[in-house]
Design a protein around this ligand. Structure first.
Ligand code: CA
Length: 223
């Protein structure tokens, strides 16, 4: 098990790292948000312990960026701010658990163990619809034998379509899940991206997978 610790207070960082290493975990550490984010984006860690108050980029910004990039590594947030709203914001942003400083090492260890248990050992399963395959862990897409190159946004859109195959998705649903924006003014953007995706997935294919449901939205399915 390999953990990432992002904490700027060297004393606290050394204390946590040493304790976790004694428990048999490999621990990488970063002392500012920017470095922590870059390391977290590698997606190689089983868990990230992330302080909220960090130089350069704060912990919540790091977390939000990781989730936007579809990095689903469990995150345990650390903070001295005991405010309830911090906790709510943190959990909304995609944190898995929360620990307020100061804490006993045993308490941290208990949370770490619980979060690691929650994460399945195996990689996340492949998504498949007909001969279209999306690998969420490696972020690659194949149609049959052909690898399909997608931009980050196209990938997120396809991921959402595949997790909801056979289901008609309205533009509002797509806007909320893939863009995190309100629906207003998004209509055209969604249509444009669906068309990009359609070109890459369905062009020259006998079986089309992305279908327009007139006046409603789109559906990914085998007809
Ligand atoms: Ca700090």
């Amino acid at each position: 098990m390999r953990l990432l610790l992002v904490e700027d207070e060297m004393k606290v960082s050394r204390f946590i790292k040493k304790g976790l290493e004694e428990e048999g975990y490999a621990v990488d550490s970063a002392s500012d948000g920017e470095t922590g984010l870059a390391m977290g984006l590698d997606g190689i860690h089983d868990l990230i312990i992330l302080d909220i108050n960090l130089p350069v980029k704060d912990g919540l910004a790091v977390l939000s960026h990781l989730r936007q990039k579809n990095v689903s590594t469990p995150v345990l947030l650390l903070t001295v701010r005991a405010a309830i709203e911090d906790k709510v914001i943190g959990l909304d942003t995609g944190a898995d658990d929360y620990l307020t400083k100061p804490f006993a090492f045993q308490e941290l260890l208990a949370r770490v163990r619980a979060l690691l248990r929650r994460q399945p050992e195996a990689e996340r399963p492949l998504l498949k619809v007909a001969d279209l395959t999306l690998d969420p862990a490696r972020r690659i897409v194949f149609r049959g034998e052909k690898k399909i190159e997608l931009t980050t946004k196209e990938f997120s859109l396809l991921d959402y379509f595949m997790r909801n195959s056979e289901r008609v998705l309205t533009r509002t649903m797509i806007a909320e899940h893939v863009w995190d924006y309100d629906f207003d003014s998004m209509t055209n953007v969604i249509d444009v991206y669906v068309n990009y995706l359609r070109k890459k997935i369905d062009t020259d294919r006998q079986k089309k997978l992305i279908h327009t449901v007139r006046g409603v939205g789109y559906v990914l399915k085998v007809e």
